[in-house]
Design a protein around this ligand. Structure first.
Ligand code: HEM
Length: 477
């Protein structure tokens, strides 16, 4: 045990996977991170074995994959694992992001963690797209052609850029070779970003379903979460085995079992299921350049959530109105996924356009406006206690008047400006009470973290000086 805490590398291992204090109340929704880590490891391992037998050449790629399936020992297991874990990777990442949105995990102090996550998501999509080209079936070739051609919409140098990426005048042997090289290389960048993600997580620790600090109720990662995570990891292995051994092509497209033929376009060109929502956003805008911008924008827009979420409450556990809009967003995401799989005809185009508009409106309009209305309702509820006076007619009338003024556009804007600019000055009595609260939490410890002070709103020069005079040590961890 002593070695675990003194040896430099073991100490790191210990602080992440053994002694790490986790909120006692996190639910199974906090298991997706470890499932994602498991997927990453499986993909790198199975991918390395596939690369030992794969030939990145237009004449041999398709047959080399068939060779893996038929001749290589357990080759079909390795290939089907790689293909199906790619799908699970996305199921888990969407659930992981959904959990983050639901519980406000993107809010301060976890903005860096969230932003690294968004970069990871974009990189995952790029890697999955590159990998899908490698078997060089019909959908590989034509998917690659459609997606690489998108860059031609960039003004001035777009067409030249596309030829640079192709290494020729169409998707060809040079393209396949470089895609293989990148598909091999980028997962290691993904692994590095995942480590950065975990380091960022480690600074403040996990959020929890209540949305308030869990510093008073934490339990060690090992054995509690070690075994809790293993429950879902084994469940994942079970479901993965059923897919790999009984329905290995359930999530794939049959056209990719036809060798790539540059002379014949398939009846419909669709990406893998997990890219369909973004494909729908791309196609719902008639202008090519704007479509490409909207597609990338639909991923990058995740980065503005910490800014547009103005609610005073973290997470949706105690926000019934926003819960409804969260589920509307989820349903809309599935609608986009369905639209992405359809031919771009009426009424699919129109439905796609409405769903795309809702997708963007959710981040830019719905999240801030609902947050603001909820904040205002909370103000009204607390102020109107005095006004309602036992629900007399006059009291109720005053409440309605107050609500109408506060909930008008001008009222909401005033509230927004107020909450952004108001500096709260505590009375001496309130400050004493807060300090007492802090000391109760500390017990006999003489060490106070900056985070803890910030949580109590006590991170001010005068409080710090006062605490240091009392012999407390203030650390940044
Ligand atoms: C390779 C992909 C990823 C891996 C391996 C990964 C891993 C993890 C792990 C192990 C955790 C802690 C356990 C948990 O809360 O589930 C975590 C937390 C978190 N991740 Fe990820 N993650 C990945 C992708 C993403 C993406 C794409 C996003 C967002 C766009 C994201 C955002 C977050 C946030 C906000 C937390 C903190 C959650 C909380 O404490 O409530 N992650 N991640």
């Amino acid at each position: 045990m002593r070695l675990l805490k003194s040896q430099v590398l073991l100490r790191l291992f210990n602080s992440y996977l053994i002694d790490s204090p986790e909120p006692a109340n996190i639910s199974y929704l906090w298991n997706f991170g470890s499932l994602l880590g498991t997927c990453l490891i499986i993909q790198i391992l199975t991918g390395s074995f596939l690369a030992m037998h794969y030939q990145p050449h237009v004449d041999f790629a398709f047959s080399s994959v068939e060779h893996i399936m038929r001749d290589v020992n357990a080759g079909y297991i390795i290939r089907y694992c790689h293909a199906n874990v790619a799908s699970f990777f996305f199921i888990f990442v969407y659930a992981h992001i959904g959990r983050g949105i639901y519980y406000g995990s993107y809010r301060s102090p976890r903005v860096l963690l969230w932003s690294i996550g968004v970069i990871i998501l974009i990189l995952m999509m790029a890697i999955a797209f590159l990998g899908y080209v490698l078997p060089y079936g019909q959908m590989s070739l034509w998917g690659a052609t459609v997606i690489t051609n998108l860059l031609s919409a960039i003004p001035v140098f777009g067409p030249d850029l596309v030829e640079l990426i192709w290494g020729g005048f169409s998707v060809s042997n040079a393209t396949l070779n470089r895609f293989f090289s990148l598909h091999f290389l980028l997962p290691f960048l993904l692994a590095a970003l995942t480590i950065a993600h975990l380091i960022a997580l480690h600074i403040h620790g996990s959020n929890n379903p209540n949305g308030v600090t869990s510093n008073t109720d934490r339990i060690a990662f090992h054995p509690y979460f070690m075994f809790k995570d293993l429950v879902t990891i084994f469940l994942f292995f079970l479901v993965l085995s059923i897919l790999v051994f009984y329905y290995p092509n359930l999530l794939g497209h049959s056209d990719n079992y036809i060798p790539a033929n540059p002379m014949q376009t398939p009846p419909s060109i669709v990406p893998e299921w997990y890219l369909l929502p973004y494909y729908a956003i791309l196609r719902s805008i008639p202008n090519k350049l704007l479509g490409v911008l909207a597609m990338f924008g639909s991923l990058l827009i995740l980065l503005i959530l910490p800014l547009t979420d103005v609610s005073r409450i973290r997470g949706l556990t105690f926000r019934p109105a926003m819960k409804l809009f969260f589920w509307a967003f989820v349903v809309n995401f599935f609608i986009l996924m369905w639209i992405g799989s359809q031919h771009p005809n009426t009424p699919y185009v129109e439905i796609g356009q409405i769903a795309t508009a809702f997708y963007f409106a959710w981040f830019i309009i719905i999240v801030p406006v609902v947050g603001l209305i909820e904040n205002t309702l909370m103000d009204i509820a607390t102020e109107s206690k005095e006004l309602s006076q036992g629900y007399t007619f006059v009291g109720l009338f005053n409440n309605f008047k107050l609500a109408a003024v506060r909930l008008s556009f001008v009222g909401l804007m005033l509230n927004l400006v107020n909450s952004a600019t108001t500096v709260v000055h505590l009375s001496d009595a309130d400050l004493n009470q807060l300090l007492e609260c802090l000391f109760n939490q500390l017990g006999s410890s003489r060490i106070i973290t900056e985070t803890m002070l910030k949580q109590f709103g006590l991170y001010t020069p005068s409080v710090i000086e006062y605490l240091m005079k009392l012999g407390y040590q203030i650390i940044n961890m």
